[in-house]
Ligand binder design. Structure first.
Ligand code: APR
Length: 341
């Protein structure tokens, strides 16, 4: 999964590079800066002495010393002054400059703290937005794994209105009553008159295809419909990519799925993705709820109101919000698995 939000201590991240929210001297301080310097040891301080400081929005790289990472990238975030002093641009620059340095040093994995959201006072919900957008934009043209490490869950806030709306939707739809999942293999329930009517409409429309089309067209149009009935998850995924006019890369980048996993699905049509990966593709394809349920069923899953993760996914699809990263920010806030693969 190219971009993940995780809860933890950045000094314990086993990645190629961790990013330090430093001050312009680069000689240590409190917060994450203090934690990184004390975990790395005196060697880090000595190398920082040679760097000659760092401007706000810029970044410099050192070795990781006693830390479980190869490098530390030191960047200096903006001090929050109300939001009208170029803070957003400076904070964005911190992420981009750090990612550029990581790429220049062939790092394949990078972990960020939430820069400027502590001592420097940047509002956490806005800091998360800036971080996510900067990282996602960079990942559109670069293949690496990026972690946003949240040390204190209380620091983590999503948009207040969205949070309230989600809480209301969960309250109205989430039930701990065990519901029969959408695709459970159950005996066909008794067909109500209304359902019988729907069934009749469906088959009469199929019948009309027979009547309306010549035998040549009939076979191709009906053939297409019958093929869709028994196509697998991967087949439906690739059919939808074509129908939407997307490239493979556009689809898996939107889905927060890494290129290697997508190639695996491309080469094995029977591949069974995890539920978060299946849903990530559904979101990337912007499928309406009925098609989403159908595609999910082809992967062997269903959405159920007895699962908070599913209720949150249903909320976003029903509201036409198809941004995997926005959905992941909300899923993280509710301690749920993230979308992608
Ligand atoms: N791992 C991950 N994140 C951490 C850790 C840790 N071990 N410790 C703190 N954080 C988080 C904080 O919870 C906050 O969300 O890092 C984020 C940034 O907070 P600060 O460390 O205060 O950094 P910042 O707001 O950018 O201020 C930088 O503070 O420590 C001094 O020398 C530093 O002067 C500089 C200023």
């Amino acid at each position: 999964m190219p971009f993940q939000i995780v809860h933890g201590d950045i000094t314990e991240m086993k990645v190629d590079a961790i990013v330090n929210a430093a001050n312009s001297s680069l000689l240590g301080g409190g917060g994450v800066d203090g934690a990184i310097h004390s975990a790395a040891g005196i060697g880090l301080y000595k190398e920082c002495l040679t760097l000659g400081g760092c401007e706000t929005g810029d970044a410099k790289i050192t070795l990781g010393y006693n830390l479980p990472c190869k490098h530390v990238i030191h960047t200096v975030g903006p001090i929050w002054q109300g939001g009208n002093h170029g803070e957003q641009a400076s904070l964005t620059s911190c992420y981009l400059r750090s990612l550029q340095l990581a790429s220049e040093h062939e790092c394949e994995s990078v972990a960020f703290p939430l820069i400027s959201s502590g001592v420097y006072g940047y509002p956490a919900d806005q800091a998360i937005q800036v971080a996510s957008r900067a990282i996602i934009d960079y990942l559109k043209d670069h293949d690496l794994t990026v972690y946003l490490v949240i040390y204190d869950k209380h620091d983590y806030q999503i948009d207040r209105a969205l949070h309230q709306d989600l809480l209301k939707y969960i309250d109205q739809n989430y039930t701990t009553e065990p519901l029969i999942p959408y695709a459970a293999p159950q005996a066909a329930p008794p067909v109500s008159p209304a359902e019988e009517e729907d069934d009749r409409d469906h088959w009469s429309s199929v019948f009309h295809i027979f009547q309306r089309t010549s035998s040549k067209d009939r076979s191709s149009e009906l053939q297409a419909k019958l093929e869709q009935l028994d196509e697998g998850f991967a087949d439906m995924l690739f059919r939808k990519i074509d129908e939407k006019g997307l490239t493979d890369a556009q689809c898996y980048k939107r889905a927060n799925v890494d290129r290697k996993l997508f190639s695996k699905i491309r080469s094995n049509r029977d591949y069974k993705p995890s539920k978060p990966t299946a849903i990530a593709f559904i979101i990337a394809l912007e499928l309406p709820l009925d098609e989403a349920m159908d595609m999910l069923k082809k992967a062997g899953y269903a959405l159920s109101h007895s699962n908070k993760f599913d209720v949150i996914i249903e909320y976003f699809i029903s509201n036409g919000v198809y941004d995997v990263f926005t959905i992941n920010e909300a899923l993280f806030a509710f301690d749920q698995r993230l979308l992608g693969g």
